[in-house]
Every structure is written in structure tokens, then in C-alpha cells.
Design a protein around this ligand. Structure first.
Ligand code: NAP
Ligand code: GLV
Length: 315
């Protein structure tokens, strides 16, 4: 039995070393140069796998995503439909995302970019601030990541709500569910956070119409958008137009339709946009390899796999 990494954009040596360290008995192979006999490969772990590679493995039993999102794996038109896909659900990854969401909600709430600008110009402008309880944060996607961020933001005193397909019960966090409750969720939200997976249903969800439905009663008079889900969820032109029209106060974007974000994208230089390079929650090699190795061991013992993807839902 062999295990294959398919990692066109990540440092393959770091990942193979980490896997050999946490699972010394495992025959670890690497696409494209160290695949060996394809018939041996029963498990693979991938991030942005090129189309056709998974299909070329005749005895594959399980596909593992090295991230929480599986959109890049599912978009391969040649993907065999009978092989289970599992994704990462690990406290390390979740904790990193929560840090990012809390950081950026606080950055906007405490107007840190304005303070940075003032410092650059040596301006002592101690403008009035407001309490967390005056800001309503709305999180789209209340799965592993969304729920954890919601709890931490709630603990800081923000008014937090979540929107998901099914209703959630989290103390102190209001739950909105399904399309029929989307507009009500938007109407109470000053800071819109996306932690949705990329699916046909969530494509382009952060558009001008959505932005116009957000609350304008918050301390900044216009809403804020934070997208750490997937770039496909945002219509960049709509975000830019809404910012310039004063319909949106600011945006933090970690994910983009094209990554790396092209150098000529106006998002890079817009004064109200904070761009980060898809780093909200990085997969740590040793932690994630231990998680993958654990799932392989379970499968080999005939136990159920953790965090199976529902292909029909797309996440
Ligand atoms: P998850 O546990 O699968 O949660 C997904 C959530 O989205 C669920 O609450 C689900 O609702 C909700 N949802 C899905 N489709 C929906 C729709 N059409 N309408 C309303 N709600 C919908 O996923 P996760 O582990 O929290 O990760 C979420 C996403 O974060 C990933 O898919 C990935 O795209 C992104 N991510 C980004 C980074 C980064 O570095 N930027 C890192 C990790 C993950 P139900 O609960 O009702 O099913
Ligand atoms: C990163 O984007 C992930 O899906 O884990």
C-alpha cells in the first residue's frame, strides 16, 4: 500500500518529510516525479490537484483534501465518483481561522487602518470609539469554522448571528437558516463574514444586491465585508463599486477568483480594502499529516472515515 501527495503549489519536500515523521511505516510518494507503480497507491492527499491525476490511480480507496475546502478537488471533471473524499477538520486549522476573523473584525471595529495612517503622518487624532456591543457581526457558513469564530466574537461582546442551510443552537448566537431567512440575516448585519464553502449555491453571493441589503445602522453608517471562504463567493467589481458609492465602509479579502491576485487588480490599492494572500488558515504540515495518517489507519481497520464530504452538497 502506498500514499501519494498531489501538491502542485506547496513545497512537496516539507510535506513528504512531515508525513514520514508522523507515519514512519507509510510508503510516501509524490506527484509528479516520485509516483512509483501507480497500482500501489491506495490513498492520496491533495491541494489543487490538476485534473486527471486522481483518475490515473487505478486502486485508489480514499481522496484526502489537505484543506477544509474541497472545491478544487470536486471541480476535476474526470474525478471518479465512487471514491470517498475526506476534508480537514482540525482544531489547529480552525483556531487559525478564528484568529483571522477575530483580528479583522477587531481591526475594523477599532479602526486600526485609520490609526496606522495617522501614525505615518504623526497625527494625534483620538477619535471617539464604540463598544463591541454596538456592532452586529453576521457569519455566513456556520460549520466548523463559522461556529468557532462566532463563539469567540460573542465572548468579546459583539452581537453575533450566523446563517447556514440548517438551524444552529449556539448560546448567545442568533441563527438564521436557508434562503428564506437570508434577507433578515443581512438586515441585522453590520459586518458580514463569509466562511462558506464554494458551491454552485454560494457563487457570487457577495454581490451589490447582497451589500445593499446589509444594515446601515452600525457605528460606521455602512457595512463591512470579510471574505475568508472562497474567492468565487465575491463579485469584486460589485465590492469596488459599493465602496466607491459609500454603500460599503470597508472590506477584508483573503480569497480571490484568481490566486495569486493579479498585480493589476484594483483591490491591491483600494484605500478601503485589506488584501491578504489566502493565509487566513494555513494547513500546518505536521498537524495535518497526523490527521491524515489517523484517517488512513482508521480506514485500514475498517472503521468509518472522519469528515466525509457529501458530494451532492458540494462540501
Ligand atoms: P463546513 O464545516 O463544511 O461548514 C460549511 C457551512 O456552510 C455549514 O454551516 C453549511 O450549512 C454552510 N453552507 C453551505 N452551503 C450553504 C448555503 N447554500 N446556504 C447557507 N449555508 C450554507 O466548512 P468549514 O470547515 O467551516 O470551512 C468553511 C470554508 O472555509 C471552506 O469550505 C473553505 O472554503 C474556507 N476555508 C478558507 C480558508 C482560508 O485560508 N481562507 C481556510 C480553511 C477554510 P449547514 O451547517 O447547514 O450544512
Ligand atoms: C483553505 O483554504 C482550506 O480550505 O483549508
Amino acid at each position: 500500500m502506498a500514499f501519494l501527495f498531489i501538491l502542485p503549489t506547496w513545497p512537496i519536500d516539507v510535506w513528504t518529510s512531515a508525513m514520514r515523521k508522523v507515519a514512519p511505516g507509510l510508503d510516501v510518494r509524490a506527484w509528479p516525479d516520485a509516483m512509483g507503480r501507480l497500482e500501489d497507491i491506495e490513498y492520496c492527499a491533495a491541494w489543487l490537484p490538476p485534473p486527471g491525476v486522481v483518475k490515473s490511480l487505478p486502486n485508489l480507496k480514499v481522496i484526502m483534501s489537505l484543506g477544509a475546502g474541497v472545491d478544487a478537488i470536486l471541480k476535476d471533471p474526470t474525478l471518479p465518483d465512487n471514491i470517498p473524499i475526506v476534508r480537514v477538520n482540525d482544531p489547529d486549522l480552525t483556531g487559525r481561522m478564528t484568529e483571522y476573523i477575530v483580528l479583522h473584525v477587531l481591526m475594523h471595529h477599532r479602526q486600526q487602518r485609520r490609526l496606522d495612517e495617522n501614525q505615518k503622518r504623526r497625527v494625534w487624532d483620538s477619535f471617539p470609539t464604540h463598544a463591541a456591543k454596538h456592532l452586529s457581526v453576521g457569519i455566513m457558513g456556520m460549520g466548523v469554522m463559522g461556529a468557532d469564530s462566532a463563539e469567540r466574537l460573542r465572548d468579546l461582546g459583539f452581537r453575533v448571528a450566523g446563517w447556514s442551510r440548517s438551524r444552529k443552537t449556539i448560546p448567545g448566537v442568533e441563527s438564521f437558516a436557508g434562503e428564506s431567512e437570508f434577507d433578515a440575516f443581512l438586515a441585522r448585519t453590520d459586518v458580514l463574514v463569509s466562511l462558506l464553502p464554494a458551491t454552485a449555491d454560494t457563487d457570487g453571493i457577495i454581490n451589490r444586491e447582497t451589500i445593499r441589503k446589509l444594515s446601515r445602522k452600525g457605528p460606521f453608517g455602512a457595512p463591512i465585508v470579510i471574505n475568508a471562504g472562497r474567492g468565487r463567493q465575491q463579485v469584486a467589481e460589485d465590492i469596488l463599486a459599493a465602496l466607491d458609492a459609500g454603500e460599503l465602509h470597508a472590506a477584508t479579502l483573503d480569497v480571490f477568483t484568481t490566486e495569486p491576485l493579479p498585480e493589476d487588480s484594483p483591490l491591491w490599492t483600494h484605500p478601503k480594502v485589506t488584501v491578504t494572500p489566502h493565509c487566513a488558515a494555513d494547513s500546518d504540515p505536521e498537524t495535518i499529516c497526523a490527521y491524515v495518517a489517523g484517517n488512513i489507519a482508521k480506514h485500514q481497520r475498517g472503521e468509518a472515515l472522519d469528515n466525509l464530504v457529501d458530494r451532492a452538497r458540494g462540501y
